[in-house]
Ligand binder design. Structure first.
Ligand code: BGC
Ligand code: NOJ
Length: 859
């Protein structure tokens, strides 16, 4: 069952009913300002950091789902009212359509012959969101409507906002420039903050509110605000409690007539010495209606600043003027479109499979950008308060988008490396606003540093920009314990200065980190956990509330070993050898090859279980992921990773391992993480066994790992199997069963319930998952087979037997390659601009050509 359809020409998914199984969201914004927006208008916005600079409040796990955040109301002349995005009023609409587009969402609905088209987007490079609301009278009589807007402001720090009410209910402050239609939210601006939010309206106001209870009325929800019902905003000024921004606009329409009203919600900062303006004519505090004491005061012009220095709005006024001007907005929307045209032009395919084309050409790169921007910080499943930017997560996200934005990838790589410790390890997470490592989690996840090597290698292959290796990057000395005495963040941060080394040395130390931490079998020690955060072999937690990963992580943690990290090390050390060989460290290339080969041998010797790769050895040397285990006998991660790394390709283990995956782990909904799932809690394994069987890391289809198996199959030349696995989790394929899958049909979810779960096939945790980057890598670089290498673009498709060929376009280092593939067999032969070329790598043009035609025959 579907809830909409793909409109590929418009690059949109069109949701045709508002009551989707879950809120289906879109992300607006690409750089500093981000808005999560659902198909019913819900969600929240923030500047850079979902925890520290949140603009609007959102209540997770609320009932009804996804209410709050933003709202629009249209009131008819007879008092009936509705919400154009369906929520929060939820009145049955005569028509509804939500177009989820690239960087924008347009919701069009009709109720009693009034059509409302609301387009939401974030203009490129601007810290603000625009709501363009167009009302059209489709009836035969004139109408007098009232349009109301609403945002509920968050008091900036989302954690405090949800917890510290004894303070919060006193701090809220606003100012209103009624004539200009602008509501300013300035909580805590009087003291340490120099930033504020504004909510502007293009039309003359019939009223406004800034105190939530004044607008809603006591004991009412967002679905039935008293101000809307009574058609009368109170012009309230918030003093503490819950500041909101609400505008009321009168809209009279003749039959057939339309009118556009624009709302702009934005974030602004002032220099610290220019925070305030002096008001030459301070307004007396107006009396409330009827003279009685009210919890809010009535406003005159620029209310809220009585007796106070006035917020300096001079910097934002021109911005507001610009983004409430329809012509400027048309231009901003055109820019946004061009931005995506440019990004999506980098890689384009026309294969025989529409699901592959749609995901590769539109939605998968779109999702990868969201993961690049937000890591795992803010989604409907990530509260925005917790995880910040993950070290392993962000490095992997980068693999999927380095070709789209090499400059931003470069900056990100340097930020990530700066959270490395001098010993080569890394902070597991950092806060995007401060770029500082997160002390609550610390370091000691032993796979972390190796992902940086993979990400830097991907950047170098894409761009050829070896200068990044010479960039001087500091280490985080605080985490290393060097600054225990200093004891505060600032001192620690300052002391990073002086620790800088070239990025290349960060990579050397990352590799060394593993080599310095080998266990009894010569395999890498696992530390708190490897990629699978829930396999906790050094932590023995028996009380609720303790961290599965770090609680009592003491004693001898040098014994538990990870075969997965063994595979990852081989992959990373081989990349490191490639980096050394192609940039001026040639003498080291052989050293890294040797380390890789030695580890590959160790994995085959101690990490092979007979029919598949083992998962790990626990702290007492017992095997995890072995046929001798009662539960958790075979895991997907080491099969995918070891084969990707090239372990056991010639000696047959690779083939064997993938056959075992096919027999034991593959389901119609994707490949599960392990089998059998754990049916009870294992103190020695940790969080993995805390999930009910079939969910998350306990035997769920943890989609991130599936593309590793696709790549592994491609490495063995198995195009049919690789594509088959790809299509099992491809969101566009799964769209037809949206009632089972339930998450958005245009992006990947982290997890689909596994075969042991009662809800097999149901997805959760959509959007922010490494699944996005890895699937794009698997399908574009390994199945379609067009991948950057240090020497040029390699073309080595491993496609299913029933594909006669395909065409593709790839922009690589400033050159556009037009590629045509014709299939007869499997071996690649290339003709480049009419000349036969040996091997499967297209050399970079040396004569300045910018367009190159490549004919590929698989024979
Ligand atoms: C989740 C993991 C996640 C971890 C982060 C666990 O509860 O299952 O997917 O990586 O939390 O700490
Ligand atoms: C999600 C986390 O963000 C990621 O870092 C981890 O690898 C997976 N869960 C698996 O546990």
């Amino acid at each position: 069952m579907r809830y909409g359809y793909f409109d590929d020409a418009a690059r949109e998914y069109v949701i045709t009913r508002p009551d989707t199984p879950l809120p289906w969201i879109n992300y607006l914004g690409q750089e500093d300002y981000f808005a999560m927006l659902s198909n019913t208008g819900g969600g929240y916005s923030f500047y850079r950091d979902a925890r520290l600079r949140r603009l609007i409040r959102y209540r997770y796990n609320n009932v009804p789902a996804d209410s709050g955040g933003r709202a629009l109301y249209v009131r008819m002349s007879d008092g009936d009212f509705w919400s154009p995005a369906w929520q929060p009023v939820r009145k049955s609409l005569d028509a509804y359509e939500c177009r989820v587009g690239l960087g924008y969402t347009r919701i069009t609905s009709t109720y009693r012959s009034i059509q409302c088209e609301a387009t939401f987007f974030v203009p490129l490079g601007q810290p603000l969101e625009v709501w363009r609301v167009k009302l059209t009278n489709q009836s035969l009589s004139p109408v007098e409507l009232q349009l109301f807007s609403l945002v509920e402001f968050c008091l900036w720090d989302a954690w405090d906002d949800q917890t510290n009410f004894q303070r919060n209910f006193n701090t809220g402050e606003v100012e209103v420039d009624e004539a200009a239609g602008v509501i300013y939210h300035k909580t805590e601006y009087r003291e340490r903050r120099n930033h504020f939010a504004y909510f502007a309206c293009s039309a003359p106001l019939a009223g406004f509110d800034t105190q939530r209870e004044a607008f809603l009325g006591a004991y009412r929800g967002f679905d039935r605000p008293a101000a809307v019902e009574e058609c009368r905003c109170r012009n309230s000024i918030a003093h503490g409690w819950s500041p909101i921004g609400a505008h009321q606009v009168n809209v009279a329409l003749e039959p057939g007539q339309s009118r556009e009203v624009i709302f702009v919600l934005g974030y602004a900062e002032n220099p610290r010495d220019e925070k305030f303006m002096v008001d030459p004519h301070p307004q007396p505090l107006p009396l409330s209606e009827g003279g009685e004491a009210a919890p809010f005061s009535l406003a005159g012009r620029r209310a809220g600043d009585e007796g106070q220095p006035r917020l300096n709005t001079s910097r934002v006024q021109p911005i507001i003027a610009r983004y409430t001007d329809p012509a400027a907005l048309d231009a901003a929307q055109a820019d946004l479109r061009q931005h995506w045209d440019k990004l999506l032009n980098v890689y384009h395919v026309a294969t025989p499979d529409e699901h592959t084309n749609r995901m590769v050409n539109i939605w998968n790169p779109y999702q990868v950008m969201a993961t690049f921007n937000l890591s795992r910080s803010a989604s409907l499943y990530e509260s925005g308060i917790g995880r910040g930017m993950g070290f392993r997560d962000s490095n992997q996200d980068l693999l999927g988008c380095v070709h789209l934005l090499p400059d931003r990838a470069r900056e990100r790589l340097l930020d990530l490396a700066a959270t490395q410790l001098p010993n080569g390890g890394a902070y597991h997470q950092y806060q995007p606003l401060t770029k500082r490592g997160n002390d609550a989690v610390g370091s000691g996840f032993n796979d972390d540093p190796l992902w940086l090597v993979l990400a830097v290698a991907a950047y170098l292959k894409e761009t050829g920009d070896g200068s990044i290796l010479d960039e001087l990057v500091p280490y985080d000395l605080k985490a290393a314990g060097n600054l225990k005495a200093a004891g505060n963040l600032k001192a620690a941060g300052d002391n990073k200065i002086g620790s800088e080394t070239p990025l290349y040395e960060h990579l050397q130390r990352a590799i060394r980190y593993t080599l310095d931490r080998l266990g009894p079998h010569g395999l890498p020690q696992i530390g708190h956990a490897d990629w699978n955060d829930c396999l906790n072999l050094n932590c023995f937690s028996s009380e609720p509330g303790e961290s599965f990963q770090t609680h009592s992580d003491e004693g001898d943690s040098t014994k538990a070993e990870s075969v997965f990290i063994g595979g990852l090390f081989v992959l990373a050390a081989r990349e490191m050898a490639g980096i050394a060989r192609h940039f001026p460290h040639t003498d080291e290339a052989d050293v890294y090859e040797c380390h890789a080969n030695a580890m590959a041998q160790t994995v085959l010797k101690h990490g092979w279980d007979g029919e598949w790769f083992l998962r790990a050895y626990d702290r007492v040397g017992a095997r995890v992921g072995s046929r001798e285990c009662e539960e958790g006998r075979i895991f997907i991660e080491p099969q995918g990773m070891c084969v990707m790394a090239g372990i056991g390709l010639e000696s047959g283990e690779a083939q064997h391992a993938l056959d075992s995956v096919h027999e034991q782990l593959a389901t119609p909904h994707g490949i599960v993480l392990h089998q059998p799932p754990y049916t009870r809690y294992y103190l020695n394994l940790g969080e993995i066994s805390s999930y009910p069987p079939g969910y998350k890391e306990n035997g769920g289809i943890f989609c991130h790992t599936n593309p590793w198996v696709m790549i592994a199959e491609a490495r063995l030349g198995h195009g049919d199997r690789a594509l088959d696995y790809y299509l099992r989790i491809n969101p566009s394929v799964r769209e037809a069963m949206s009632d089972v899958h339930r998450c958005e049909p245009y992006v990947y979810a982290q997890m689909i319930a596994g075969r042991d779960a009662p809800t097999h096939g149901e997805a959760k945790n959509s959007w922010l998952t490494g699944t996005a980057a890895w699937n794009l890598v698997a399908v574009t670089q390994w199945i379609i087979g067009i991948r950057p290498t240090f020497a040029g673009l390699q073309i080595a498709p491993v496609i299913p037997a029933n594909w006669p060929g395909f065409t593709a376009k790839r922009v690589f280092r400033g050159v556009t390659y037009h590629i045509t593939i014709k299939r007869a067999g499997d071996a690649v032969s290339l003709v480049v601009d009419g000349h036969a070329v040996q091997g499967d790598v297209v050399p970079l043009p040396t004569d300045g050509r910018k367009q190159v035609a490549v004919q590929v025959t698989l024979s």
